[in-house]
Design a protein around this ligand. Structure first.
Ligand code: SF4
Length: 285
């Protein structure tokens, strides 16, 4: 195959800002989207990494049915690369792990399970654990089924997705927890994400549905009071009632060198955010 033919066989995935060029039969960066006969599709069968009934506050969501439970599913793969990822075994897995431990369940089966769990205080279904929106088509189809049953839907995401995808999914999602990892675009680039995309999705979704934000604090990287001032005042410019979860990082995966932020630092960050926002919570204590 000459170079021109090879380029012709590549198709661009437009689901997220990475815009991977994928050759026939190959996979994009997230490891779950593939070029099948010239079309970018979600690889089938779709495999789940986890299915659990969780407290809603564990998503974390504190101002959306916090006393109830929610059936929570995760897939495999991610479109960003955070070297401290707490879930790297499912976000950046090898293909043997995915094949061996992945569970195949149709959207209809997951929907029926959510209905069956209503007597266990289940309010619906959360897409969470890895970056669920790389499995966009499965999420969209399942969310529609869940809504037909009158149940609630939740997405926990890095928010680093194209606006057409967010707008297509938004009518079927009741609540979102979106990671805002920093307000610094260079920091986002170092994690292979795009700050402006995430900010624009937060702005759009906060106006039409329930949104809570998680900001994971890493010592020496995104923990300055100036950055928290900028981040929380930007959120307040959208809505002062957006809940912000300021979460403490711990050494993990490729960043075993990390020092967890001190209690004093976390308190200072919370006090800074509280100058702008009405609901500020801490996580990972
Ligand atoms: S969703 Fe996956 S395949 Fe598509 S552009 Fe993003 S990382 Fe690449």
């Amino acid at each position: 195959m000459n170079i021109d033919q090879k380029e012709k066989d590549q198709v661009e995935c437009l689901l997220c800002p990475r815009h991977c060029l994928i050759s026939l039969g190959a996979f994009g960066f997230c490891k779950v989207r593939t070029n099948k006969r010239g079309q970018i599709v979600l690889a089938e069968p779709v495999k789940l990494s986890s299915i659990t009934l969780d407290p809603v506050i564990k998503k974390p969501l504190r101002r959306f049915w916090p006393e109830m439970n929610i059936l929570s599913i995760g897939f495999w793969g991610c479109n960003m690369l955070c070297p401290y990822c707490q879930n790297h075994n499912i976000s950046h897995p090898d293909s043997i792990t995915m094949d061996t431990y992945g569970k195949v369940h149709s959207p209809e089966e997951i929907c029926q399970l959510a209905v069956d769990l209503k007597d266990k205080n289940n309010i619906g279904l959360a897409f969470t654990y890895n970056e669920p929106l790389t499995s966009f088509e499965y999420v969209l189809r399942t969310a529609k089924l869940i809504k037909e049953q009158g149940l609630k839907t939740v997405v926990v995401t890095n928010g680093n997705f194209s606006d057409w995808a967010i707008k297509e999914l938004a009518p079927y999602i009741d609540a979102w927890n979106i990671d805002l990892k920093s307000i610094n675009s260079e920091y986002y680039k170092s994690l292979l994400g795009d700050l402006e995309t995430v900010k624009s999705n937060i702005e759009y979704l906060a106006r039409i549905s329930h949104v809570e934000i998680t900001n994971l604090i890493l010592t020496g990287e995104n923990d300055s009071l100036e950055e928290m001032e900028a981040l929380s005042s930007w959120l307040a410019s959208i809505d002062q009632d957006i809940p912000l979860h300021i979460s403490r990082s711990f050494p993990h995966w490729l960043r075993r060198d990390l020092t967890p932020p001190s209690l004093e630092k976390m308190i200072s960050l919370v006090e800074t955010a509280q100058k702008h926002l009405n609901y500020v919570y801490t996580g990972n204590f």
